[in-house]
Design a protein around this ligand. Structure first.
Ligand SMILES: *Cc1c(COP(=O)(O)O)cnc(C)c1O
Length: 215
């Protein structure tokens, strides 16, 4: 058993079926991901379209039933590639992206589950729609673009207690009747599950630490 496979088992045991585990494989090679697929993991997250395009078509040939989530910011000129590659887009955060993804889904005859990323900490450097703009944006996604929005996603500030952010996101989802809540990472997924996460995104606690590059 590789280290990643034994860590995966430990994380799954801690989750204990309470939420879906998105194994975040960004920066790790196809060869490093394969043992985790062999162990039965099928939900994965990547944050860059190009990187995913280099790894996942090949892995999907070998392993059926993969569900790939885009968890990083999307540029509208990559929307077609993203729709072709991914099953779920967790980072819809502005009208231009909502419109581009909706258009590419129609072209491809494919409807991906979409989550709206909310910038719960109002951090200027971080992607996500401001919480106070969510109502209007959600209406726009549904009415203007016919985008299948099934939930919300957030990345709380690195510093401080993430729980209030998880609570706030859960409250927003409840208010809008959205079922999917993607929140919690390696350091705080149990807190997120306590606050209602249906998907947790865990990278380093499974695959090991990543090189210190900002992604
Ligand atoms: C990298 C990343 C994760 C995983 O982070 P870890 O701390 O390694 O678990 C989760 N969500 C997003 C959006 C990421 O970019």
């Amino acid at each position: 058993m590789t280290d990643a496979v034994s860590r995966l088992a430990a994380i799954q045991a801690r989750i204990a079926g309470r939420a879906g585990l998105v194994a975040v494989s960004k920066t790790f090679s196809a060869g490093e991901i394969e043992p985790v697929l062999q162990a039965g993991q099928r939900l994965f997250g990547e944050n860059r379209v190009q990187e995913a395009a280099a790894k996942w078509p090949g892995l999907r040939v070998k392993f059926g039933g993969v569900e790939l989530h885009l968890i990083g910011p999307l540029q509208s000129n990559k929307a077609a590639d993203a729709v072709a590659l991914f099953d779920v887009i967790q980072t819809i955060d502005r009208p231009k992206i909502a419109e581009a993804v909706a258009k590419e889904m129609k072209k491809a005859g494919k409807r991906l589950r979409c989550l709206i990323q909310v910038n719960t900490g109002h951090e200027p450097q971080k992607a996500g729609i401001a919480p106070e703009a969510l109502d209007g944006f959600l209406r726009q996604c549904r009415e203007d673009y016919d985008l299948p929005v099934s939930g919300l996603m957030c990345i709380p500030p690195v510093e401080g207690d993430p729980r209030p952010h998880f609570k706030a996101l859960a409250e927003m989802a409840k208010r809008h009747g959205l079922k999917e809540l993607s929140m919690g990472m390696s350091g705080d997924f149990e807190t997120a599950i306590e606050e209602g996460a249906t998907l947790v995104r865990v990278g380093s606690a499974i695959f090991g630490s990543r090189p210190q590059i900002t992604r």
